[in-house]
Design a protein around this ligand. Structure first.
Ligand code: DP6
Length: 324
């Protein structure tokens, strides 16, 4: 008997950047994201005599395997299940060019495969809580479309769907400028950001940023969604630059692209940017403008790789029979 789950990566438009409780991965603010169709993780769990983790068919040892098994055994204890050993096979369906391997899809898929293997009949909220214990952003990958992860206690901090099938004309262009693995993980980056003198402002502004984003989504107002997402990303990156031990994820090409997006917008092309814990830029635009932007990118940043993405679905899981 084995179980498989598929979960898609999400990109936060209002970001999670700070923990109230690191052990329980409780966030200091609400966050809101878009689940993407092009990037996902497929994970199959089998029981076997010892723990083994394969990622894209290559056996993993060291930190990444440790994180996976610490997580699975933590779920067993939490759910009062006997200790077992697992063969974990994960495939990251991330176009090799995108540099977007993400813990959001990884831990959402792992949580769902675990629940399926152990025949736990969980609600999406309960699944989101389990995903949270692996990686904060994974809470939101339980749902498709737009999802919000709420602050709260261990029992109440989970994601909720905002609109799982948005009809909005929105495309996200993932522009890969640098394939190097991130130098400062999100876990460490957000810890350091909390020492910024602007951190309290970040916390204070969150309720209204979330409310405005939800209103913009409900109204289908692309420009307002883009403006709010760009502002929030700039706020997050400003915290990093003003941390006690300052740092930035920006590379020269990041700044170049930010300025291009600003110029294009000044020329009347509706587009906005957001960035996470790395140098790559994601451009929010419409179907109509996507082609022009891609043509310009090809001219001005010929080495950049672009993946066009749209809204993706929530997590799915199933059991495989022994016969397979
Ligand atoms: C910038 O979910 O990777 O992408 O909970 O420590 O695993 P951990 O962090 P993680 O952080 C994601 C940070 C972000 C913003 C976001 O996705 O909300």
């Amino acid at each position: 008997m084995s179980a498989t789950a598929i979960a898609h990566t999400n990109i936060a438009l209002i970001k999670y950047w700070g923990k109230a409780d690191p052990a329980l991965r409780l966030p200091l603010t609400n966050s809101l994201s878009m689940t993407l169709d092009k990037f996902y993780t497929q994970t199959t769990l089998n029981l076997q005599a010892s723990d083994q983790f394969f990622l894209n068919n290559a056996q993993q040892t060291g930190q990444s395997a440790e994180r996976v098994f610490t997580y699975l055994h933590r779920l067993e204890r939490r759910l009062q299940l006997p200790t077992k050993h697992y063969l974990v096979n994960s495939i990251n369906h991330v176009p090799t060019s995108a540099g977007l391997a993400s813990s959001s899809s990884a831990f959402a898929a792992l949580a769902a495969a675990f629940a399926q293997l152990h025949h736990l009949d969980l609600t999406k909220q309960e699944l989101s809580i389990l995903a949270r214990l692996g990686s904060g952003s994974a809470t939101r990958s339980i749902f498709g479309g737009f999802a919000e992860w709420q602050t709260g206690t261990d029992q109440t901090s989970y994601a909720i769907p905002i609109d799982e099938h948005p009809q909005l004309d929105l495309q996200l262009l993932v522009v890969e400028l640098d394939q190097a693995p991130k130098k400062i993980s999100s876990t460490i980056g957000m810890q350091r950001a909390q020492t910024s003198p602007f951190y309290q402002t970040w916390l204070d502004r969150n309720p209204s940023e979330i409310a405005q984003m939800k209103a913009a989504i409900q109204a289908g107002n692309f420009d307002q969604i883009g403006k709010l997402a760009e502002l929030n990303a700039n706020e997050m990156h400003a915290l990093n630059l003003t941390a006690q031990e300052p740092f930035t994820y920006f590379e020269p090409a990041t700044i170049k692209l930010i300025k291009l997006v600003q110029d294009w917008r000044a020329d009347g092309l509706a587009c906005y940017y957001t960035m996470d814990a790395g140098p790559n830029v994601k451009i929010l635009t419409s179907l109509k403008n996507s082609k022009v932007i891609r043509q310009r990118l090809a001219q001005l940043l010929p080495s950049a790789k672009i993946v066009v993405t749209n809204f993706g679905p929530g997590v799915k899981s199933w059991s495989n029979s022994d016969m397979e």
